[in-house]
Design a protein around this ligand. Structure first.
Ligand SMILES: [Zn+2]
Length: 412
């Protein structure tokens, strides 16, 4: 009987994406700094099927990167490799190397469940104890919208459980990549349905209100976000006590990088309630590679300018898959001919996410965020230069994760 590992995720966990699998050690160093400061954060390396497809990599490469980083730094705590945003048709390639699965059922929201299963759920759930003012009628409305998606999550969960064994992986259910946010009463009904379908969710990623654009700050009403986040924590507490979901169940915040203005709100709610959280970041590290290249000057800077010129030339194609999660004003993008004249300092100032810096340009930053395909197409030429500039790159990768993310969220 092997030991259960799902419980090792802990109260605080931090998802780190790394498009090119070069920065595992620099990323882990940020969690090591948190531990030195007295806060245990479980590192999770995440990469989606979409990222693998664009970069041309395989899920095994993330496992290798994580294991190597852990060995190199002598990390003794738990760590995970996350099959990010998988579905039934993409999960198989992730089964062996991963031990954290983000089951994405956003596309199934609104897909009707059978009338029999809807009736059965509603008769069991009743009014969910009247929490959040729920009535039988409202529970039925919510179930009509989400039960099909929950049943799809259960199908995917059972596929993973069949391959890995119960308790041998972390189960995350995500519904964030959709148009409308889920309200706390919807979250409670969704969790009731997951429990009834036998999905022991460890983390759940709803869509929150406000905009979570890639690589830039939150756009929305921060006070409203805080109320909603706290109500979601309460929905989880109720679901755990009512429906027997794992007591460790916690929220997962996707597109969590760079959302500086809501970090104090998240932290207040965690302190007040004692709840845990998983915060998932992705493209942030690739942008720090570019910053490190630019900072190094010479060939590094030349490559960073070239990446921008290519991204600018192909901006429509690069932005299309991410249209729902970026807001780029083309008129605010600098001309590549101008960027070609920039020195290290000017390039770094435009790209680094320092909202107080007058040269910071969120349009350029978002374009480069989704522009990693340009570097992927450069292949070895890009990777060799990133390795050659390791000193400036890794310093930026670690400082970004620790100073701008982990510290304000968790560590003082
Ligand atoms: Zn997501």
């Amino acid at each position: 009987m092997s030991m259960e590992i799902a419980g090792k995720l802990g109260r605080f966990s931090f998802g780190m994406g790394d498009r090119f699998a070069q920065q595992g050690r620099a990323q882990l160093a940020a969690c090591a700094k948190a531990l030195e400061a007295g806060v245990a954060i479980t590192p999770v390396w995440n990469k989606s099927h979409r990222e693998h497809a664009i970069v041309g990599s395989r899920p095994e490469s993330v496992r290798r990167e994580a294991d190597e980083a852990v060995a190199a730094l002598g990390w003794r705590g738990p760590y995970f490799v996350d099959a990010d945003h998988i579905r039934l048709e993409t999960v198989d390639a992730f089964l062996a190397p991963c031990d954290f699965f983000t089951i994405d059922v956003a596309e199934s929201i609104g897909r009707p469940a059978s009338p029999e299963s809807l009736d059965a759920f509603c008769s069991d759930a009743g009014d969910c104890g009247g929490a959040f003012g729920l009535t039988r009628q409202r529970v039925r409305e919510i179930a009509a919208k989400y039960l099909g998606a929950v049943q799809e999550a259960a199908r995917i969960y059972r596929r993973i459980e069949g391959a890995k064994g119960r308790g041998q992986f972390v189960t995350e259910v995500s519904m964030d990549e959709t148009d409308a946010p889920q309200t706390p009463d919807e979250l409670l009904v969704i969790l009731a349905a997951l429990a009834r379908e036998g999905v022991p969710a460890d983390t759940i990623a709803p869509k929150f209100s406000g905009r979570f654009n890639k690589g830039v700050d939150y756009a929305g009403d921060v006070a409203q976000f805080e109320r909603e986040f706290e109500a979601d924590v309460e929905a989880i507490r109720q679901a755990v006590s009512r429906y027997g979901l794992p007591p460790r169940l916690k929220l997962s915040v996707h597109s969590g990088s760079d959302k500086f203005s809501i970090y104090p709100a998240i932290r207040r709610v965690l302190e007040k309630t004692g709840a845990g959280v998983h915060v998932k970041t992705a493209g942030t590290t690739w942008l720090e590679e570019l910053i490190g290249l630019a900072e190094a000057g010479g060939e590094g800077l030349a490559l960073a300018r070239e990446v921008y010129a290519e991204a600018f030339a192909h901006r429509e194609e690069l932005c299309a898959p991410y249209a729902a999660v970026i807001d780029i004003d083309p008129a605010r993008l600098p001309a590549p001919a101008d960027v070609a004249q920039w020195d290290s300092q000017r390039f770094v100032a435009a790209l680094r996410h320092d909202p107080r810096c007058p040269d910071f340009n969120p349009h350029l930053r978002q374009l480069l965020h989704v522009g990693y395909k340009v570097a992927a197409n450069m292949g070895e030429r890009y990777l060799q230069l990133v390795r050659a500039c390791e000193e400036t790159v890794s310093r930026n990768v670690t400082a970004n994760l620790y100073e701008r993310h982990i510290r304000p969220l968790f560590a003082g």
